[in-house]
Design a protein around this ligand. Structure first.
Ligand SMILES: Cc1cc2nc3c(=O)[nH]c(=O)nc-3n(C[C@H](O)[C@H](O)[C@H](O)COP(=O)(O)O)c2cc1C
Length: 357
């Protein structure tokens, strides 16, 4: 189960401290201009070691395309992209070789498979998410030709909520903040946790603009359902909200319904989705990340013999995974929409005739 999507699919491979990570994209239509600089720039947004708000692991995250592209254009065959790991420090993990780190995936991986690659979390490490960003970049290249765009940023850190969302601001902010007025407080919360050898949770918001009406399949491949699945599949994500999300359970219909006018919807409580399909408005997805499990405070755990142990971690970790996670969430949103666009082409006779006649 390393594959995501139905028509536009991504299969990822690789481990945190293995030789390389990467992905194979299938279903990319032929004739798409594959701008390698753009793909690299997307990876640069996620890459570690850029500032004090991210892990100190220094990875260049240079992407290499191995197949599926000829003279700059996609050929319609699988596109394979590889990113070599260059800054592994596997020795940092020798003391947790037989120990389960609280909050991490060690416990479940070991009990499921009977063994685990303990170096940096192996496959369960969010290092794998670089491959998703590379794949998402290709999806964005395809969708940008249809006027569909993606933006994201941090809306909350440790409960410090953005008062308004400015999607042009994150590019100027080391924590990808969406609201300059709370950015300093959010930064301080991250650094305070980091300096106390702890970590903090956070929330990012992804905005998808330019979707036509009707993207998404009823009933078992709804746009909101697949977006939620894609987001929940990202490491450390614990909740996903669309539009009003959790708050909709507290509202009256007269507050929650979006009035429809000849010029469009008056409000966007629906978060751009009705009946599992895009309604033409911006799709807004809030993604909640838990605090990074690896912290430098002693914790109680057990070893592989089920004996009580004290866990004292070493290594380099993100003090708040939501920050780099926001780019991953945006990439997953692009992969979902690329898939939905290809699926949508066969949903009406006009869609099919548009191609054949
Ligand atoms: C971008 C990103 C970076 C992450 N970096 C770390 C990290 O440095 N250390 C760590 O322990 N967990 C990190 N995580 C979270 C773990 O990968 C995740 O918590 C773990 O695999 C357990 O899975 P779960 O939290 O989804 O249950 C990161 C997650 C994301 C999205």
């Amino acid at each position: 189960m390393n594959r995501f999507g139905e028509r536009f699919t991504i299969t990822t491979f690789g481990e945190s401290h293995g030789k390389a990570i990467g992905c194979v994209l299938d279903g990319v239509p032929a004739g798409l201009l594959i701008d390698e600089d753009y793909i690299q720039s997307e990876l640069d947004r996620r890459k570690p070691g850029q500032n004090e708000f991210a892990t100190a692991r220094k990875e260049a995250d240079c992407v290499e395309i191995l197949s599926g592209v000829f003279e700059g254009l996609s050929t319609g065959t699988p596109i394979m992209m590889v990113i070599y790991n260059t800054d592994q420090k596997s020795g940092d993990y020798s003391n947790v070789k037989d120990i389960f780190r609280p909050g991490h995936a060690d416990f479940t991986y070991f009990h499921k498979y009977g063994l685990r690659d303990y170096r940096g979390g192996g496959r369960s490490s969010a290092r794998e998410t670089a491959a998703r960003v590379a794949g998402g970049a290709v999806a964005k290249l395809m969708l940008s030709q249809l006027g569909i765009t993606f933006q994201s940023g941090i809306s909350a850190i440790h409960g410090i909520e953005a008062q308004s969302l400015d999607f042009t601001y994150p590019q100027n902010s080391p924590i990808y903040a969406l609201d300059a007025s709370v950015e300093e407080a959010q930064k301080a919360a991250i650094l305070e946790a980091k300096n106390s050898h702890d970590s903090v949770g956070g929330v990012c918001t992804v905005k998808i603009s330019g979707l036509p009406i009707g993207l998404g399949e009823g009933l078992y491949y709804k746009l909101d359902a697949v977006l939620a699945e894609a987001m929940m599949g990202i490491n450390a994500v614990k909740a996903v909200e669309i539009g009003e999300g959790i708050r909709s359970g507290e509202l009256l219909a007269s507050q929650n319904n979006d009035a429809i006018t000849p010029k469009g919807f008056k409000t966007n409580h629906a978060g751009g989705i009705l009946g599992g399909m895009s309604n033409g408005d911006d799709v807004l997805v809030r993604v909640h990340f838990k605090p990074t499990p690896s912290i430098f405070i002693d914790q109680e755990s057990v070893n592989t013999e089920n004996e009580s142990v004290n866990v004292s971690l070493k290594g380099r970790h993100d003090p708040c995974v939501a920050v780099r996670g926001s780019v991953v969430a945006e990439s997953m949103a692009a992969l979902v929409c690329a898939d939905m666009v290809l699926l949508n082409m066969g949903s009406t006779m006009n869609g099919i005739k548009g191609y054949y006649l």
